[in-house]
Design a protein around this ligand. Structure first.
Ligand SMILES: [Fe+2]
Ligand SMILES: [Fe+2]
Length: 242
């Protein structure tokens, strides 16, 4: 039996941005007007948005790099991981560098270390997920003993008078005393923004490392029934109304 075609050809599909992307921005929430405009020819966006690149049936980690990452995240993660690789770091450190800002590229910026760690936890070692989570807090605190100073980029991003909130201070302190501290600290050391025209590494150079360090589910990310599958599906279909 054939599936009914949806949406019917010629229908307009409205995209309502998620509330978390609108709060406090001054942008007008389009939902009320869109709800009023629904009719036979106007429906809400569900499923594949024709404006976005389409995923294969069983998406892999690198598919998300190629099909969803904005250019900045794409270059930033690959360059961080490449720097770690060239410095001869362990596969754990390189993998953590490759994933550390995945939430910024796919889901959400606020508390990106925590979101990112949760997203990858079922597929990587506990240490990699831990390093991803705590790099967020450690970024704000210099550690001269390992050559990490407060980032110039943060002076520009937040201004010289920015003070991190208590939960960040507490988590940085916890991380500092943890046995995996140096793994997460190394993520912060290779975590540098490149706004120049340095060449972007080819993601394929990490194929073997990913195969050894990321448990790619057979059904594809988003479709393996894991506790975080919905996070990957949200990246595939970011414009779904519900
Ligand atoms: Fe980060
Ligand atoms: Fe980063």
């Amino acid at each position: 039996m054939c599936e009914p075609e949806w949406p019917q050809p010629g229908r307009t599909r409205f995209i309502v941005p998620p509330p978390v992307g609108l709060h406090g921005t001054g942008m007008v929430d389009p939902e009320p007007e869109m709800l009023r405009s629904l009719d036979a020819q106007h429906v809400m966006m569900m499923g594949d948005n024709p404006a976005l690149k389409r995923f294969p049936k069983a998406p892999t980690l690198l598919d998300f790099f190629h099909l969803r990452f904005p250019d900045i995240t794409f270059r930033h993660l690959l360059t961080s991981a490449q720097r770690a690789m060239e410095a001869g770091e362990s596969e754990t450190v390189i993998m953590a560098c490759l994933l550390h800002d995945i939430a910024n590229g796919l889901l959400i910026r606020s508390d990106h270390g925590y979101w990112g760690a949760q997203m990858v936890a079922p597929y990587v070692s506990e240490e990699v997920a831990w390093a991803v989570q705590y790099h967020q807090a450690l970024r704000y605190f210099a550690d001269e003993t390992v050559g990490y100073k407060y980032p110039d980029s943060y002076l520009r991003f937040f201004g010289p008078d920015y003070v991190p909130p208590d939960y960040i201070r507490q988590d940085a302190e916890l991380a500092r005393n943890h046995r995996w501290y140096i793994t997460s600290r190394k993520v912060t050391i290779y975590d540098i923004y490149f706004f120049d025209n340095s060449p972007t590494p080819d993601p394929e150079i990490f194929t073997d490392l990913i195969a050894r360090n990321f448990r790619q589910p057979e059904q594809g990310l988003g479709f393996d029934g894991s506790p975080v599958a919905h996070m990957w599906r949200t990246a595939i279909w970011p414009n779904n109304f519900l």
